[in-house]
Structures are given as structure tokens and as C-alpha cells.
Design a protein around this ligand. Sequence first.
Ligand code: SRM
Ligand code: SF4
Length: 566
Amino acid sequence: MDIERPLSANERIKSASNLLRGTIADGLTHAETGALADDDTQLTKFHGFYQQDDRDLRAERGKQRMEKAFSFMVRMRVPAGILTPKQWLKVEKLAVERANHTIRLTTRETVQFHGILKGNLKPLMQGLHDDLMDTIAACGDVNRNVIATADPWRRDLHAQVSDLAREISTHLLPRTRAWHEIWLDEEKVSGGMIEDEPILGRTYLPRKFKIAVALPPHNDVDVFAHDLGLIAIVEQDRIIGYNVVVGGGMGMTHGEPETYPRTGDVIGFCRPEHAVDVAEKVVTVQRDHGDRSNRKHARLKYTIDDMGIERFTSLVNERLDVKLEPARAYSFTSTGDRLGWVQEADGSAHFTLFVENGRIRDRMMAGLHKIAELGVGRFIMTANQNLIIADIPAGSRAEVEALLREYGLDRPVGGLRRNAMACVALPTCGLALAESERYLPDLVSRLEDELNRFGLRDDEITIRMTGCPNGCARPYVSEIGLVGRTPGVYNLYLGGAHEGTRLNKLHRRDVDGDAIVAALSPLFESYAKERMGNERFGDYVIRSGAVKETTAGLNFHENLSAEVGN
Ligand code: SRM
Ligand code: SF4
């Protein structure tokens, strides 16, 4: 990397922040504005929250020369997405008392609260902490929430991948006490005690860093979309180790071909007892070699493409006490969740609840409240924005079933909707170019009409929409991807693998709802007639020549431009 290039503004902010304190504490006391100081709004991400404003109100307030309608989005850190019923009730209480009365399950197995006013931040953080939850490092240039395959019915295997997610998350947490000082009024670290960041470094990582642990054949976590992925290798019902995947990432910018989504490369295998160390060493190589000048080029995927995967792997191996072994065979079959009941031999059961785009409100919130009040089982958030009520004892199943029915939470959902994800986008996301969460449900209804015509209602097809090219719902690894360009207008991508192992490619540029339906309907029809055996829609559109196959990485934009105007 060219060390002459100036550091990005964020590097300066981090460096001057006294290990992430900045002037956040002072900013909370300024009641005359709903906002925080500009530099602090970068630092708050490391504490798990973003300053936002209601974009539906922006123009009107601008006309009236009023301050923007500032509020905050807070994201929790919940490794492997597992909460107790008591914690769920606390999350709900905080959403009602301190936020906008909704709970938003994210694509990374956690909760976001929206619409929090500045004065509610501290009570919210304290409320979480009282029930052993936090928001530390949920955002920012650090390792984010670590996610793991959410298959509780696989018992020991699920316990092991969840434990690993927790261990990695804890191991890579920032060591600064800033969060505890600001939000819990913990006594300030002063004089005697020197804080340091032995793993992340005093200016933290060049950019966000994401880790997922997958338990094949279920790729619910989209392991190839992460900076670091660990694929459990199971032999005789035991995890004997993990294949190590590096360099995945989704974000890109329209019109900037030097930015691109990339699926990760498998670089080797490690034993379970070495997995945390592998995570640490991959993180430290990125810490030392990632681009700190250009934030659009700072993710691990670019570090790897710049230096080459062989050099990256050898740098990791140099730092490891036990080197990576050759990767083992594995196979994935799906990314979607298994909705509905799974019955265990011992009488206990699990129920996976479909939560459209992760937004929980009104009757769903009330029904989940009643279920959580039973005090049984666990609440597991999935990387598909759904919720599993896991480990329901035999004696409680009837009660849970009755509540699901009473609150209308057990209704059947068609194959496309089951596999649909949308990012938040408008009105809270400051980067949204188009609607997503508020629009995809209607578009799916229109597409379902088409699918019904061709007898495909129950076929599992993944469809993902984002309001901008940052890729928060991982649209580039879905069979049908829609990426916002301007209000009402999207780029349509096709041909990702159903099991999340292949990027899709641009099929139509700048299409509105009508044009999306018009483009997909004939493909659904021919798929229904021509598919071979259990062929997936994403594979079919490639075999049929509707779109050409693309591999990961640098050729994304080349394929993209070659296909424009199809
Ligand atoms: Fe994301 C930024 C929401 C998962 C790539 N993402 C944002 C922000 C915070 C907007 C901002 O920076 O101002 C969004 C807040 C919207 C809001 O109002 O709530 C936001 N991202 C989300 C969530 C809530 C989408 C969802 O509907 O579930 C997901 C929260 C995950 C979590 O719990 O941590 C979310 N974001 C992702 C994913 C998917 C994943 O990680 O598996 C990606 C693609 C993978 C990746 O990181 O490469 C993703 N988000 C981004 C990017 C592009 C990063 C890049 O490398 O270019 C941004 C913008 C940025 O960082 O500059 C972004
Ligand atoms: Fe916002 Fe874009 Fe992420 Fe959607 S993909 S939440 S619009 S940053």
C-alpha cells in the first residue's frame, strides 16, 4: 500500500478520540439540538448507534428552516442471535418506551431500534445492560456482531457454532472502557490504568469487519459474503474443524467499477481449538495491510485483491502457531429458513416465525410478548430476518400454538416471500436512494400472481432488495436481486445460486415495478416448462442463456457492462 497517501478523515477522528470517547458524553447534555457533534457521529458507531433523520420529513422541515428531525438507530450485539425470553421482553419494553414501537430484526441476527431521541439513548443502553445485553462494536471499524447458522434442532452442532460465535465476538471486542463510562457512568479510567487495544490497535480497523460461522448444508448466514467465514466440517456428528473463507463483501457504488461485491475464497482448514486464533490473525493482517486512505477501498476484499490471495494466506499463516491445513469437502443446499414447527424426539419443539423484512410491530409484537411471558425456550434471530422460538418444552407447545394462532402468526407464506429480504432503506437510512422494506412486500405480491399462473407458488426462490448498492440484504448473492437507483427505480440482477455460493449479474438496468414484473414473468413461465428435475431458478436462468454465469469478484463489473441493454 502507498504509505504516502493521506489518511482518511475517519482515521484522524479515531486517533483523536481517546479510545472512542470523543465528546459524546458532553454532546448528550446539549438539549438545544437533537444531534451530536459531527466527529462524534462517527464514533457513536463503535458504541452501536447511528445518528439519522426522518427523510420523509426532510424537505418540509427544510422549507420551514427547522433542524432536521434527528433521531438515532441503535443496533445490539447478540452473537449467534440468541436471547432469553426475559431479554426479549426487555427489548420490547425498550422499543416501546425509548424507540419507535418497533423491533427490527436485521440480516445479521440482531435487533435494531429506530427513532430514538437523544435523551433516550442512555436509558436504552442501561436497560439493555441490566439484562446482560449491549451494543458494543455493533457498528464502526471493528469486528461486528458474529453470526452463526440458526438451526437449534441440530442441538450440539448448533451449540458449538453458537459458542464459537460468542467466543470470537468476545475475543475481538475493543478493550476501551468508553462504552461503560459514557452509558453506565462507570468511573473514568484515569492516571494509573493504561488502556490499550492489543488486537484492534488504537485506531481500530481500517473499516468494518464481519464474521459468520456456517453449519452446512445450511448457508443461512451467507458465509461467502463476509470478511471472514468459518464453515463447520462435520464428521460422525462432530465438528472436526472449520474451512476458512476470506474476502467476501457486498458493498459497491453505482458507476464506480473499482468497487464491487465479492464472494470469499476458501483458504484452508483449522481445528476447532484454533478457530479463535485464526479469526484474530485474519483481523490483524487486515488491521496492518488494509487501506486507511480510501474508505471505499478499505474492506478486506480489496486488501486481498491488491496483494493476491496467496500472499494474504501466507501472511495469516506466518502469524499462526498452527498453520492452516488444506480445506475439506463441504456442500451447501440452501440459504432460507425452515419455517414452522420442528418436532424433537424428546417432545420439545421449535417454531420458526416468518417476520416480513424483520419488522416486528403491533399484533406480532403482542403475540411474541405473550409467548415470551411463558418464560420457556429461547428467541433466536436468523440471518434471514426471521425469529425462532426454540426449545419449547413438550408441556408448553399447545400454549405456544394457541398464541400463534390467536395472533395470526402461523399463516402459510409462499415460496418467494419466504425467501425475500429487504434492507431498511427509507425513511431512516441516510444512504437510501429508493424504497426497500416499505416496497418489497407489494412487489412480491405482484410477482406471486405471476408465479401462481405458472404453478410455482411454493417454489423456493430467493429475492432480495436494497435501497442502494451497499448491499445490506446481500442482494448480489440472491437468485433475484433488486438494487435501488433512484425513487421507484432499480437494477435487476439474476442468476445467483440458491445456496448463496455465486454472485448474480445485472440483467436489466433502471427498471420500475412494471418493468420488473414484465422481465420476470416470461422467465418464470419458461422455468416452469423447461427446468430439469430440481433445477433452481438461479441455475436455470444461466443454463437457459437468459443471463451468463459469473464467478466472484473483479469480473462483476465487466459482466455487468457486457449485459447492459439485454
Ligand atoms: Fe448495512 C450501512 C442497515 C447489513 C453493507 N447499513 C448501513 C446503514 C448503517 C446506513 C449508514 O451507514 O448510514 C444502514 C442503517 C439503516 C437503518 O436505518 O437502519 C444499514 N445493514 C443494515 C441492516 C439493518 C439491513 C437490514 O435490513 O437488516 C443490516 C444490519 C446488520 C447488523 O445487524 O449488523 C445491514 N450491511 C449489511 C450487510 C449484510 C451482512 O453484513 O451480512 C452488508 C453487506 C455485507 C458487507 O458488509 O459487505 C451491509 N451497510 C453496508 C454498507 C457497505 C459496506 C461496504 O463495504 O461498502 C454500508 C455503507 C458503509 O459502510 O459505508 C452500510
Ligand atoms: Fe441503507 Fe443502502 Fe443499507 Fe439499504 S442497502 S439499509 S439503503 S445503506
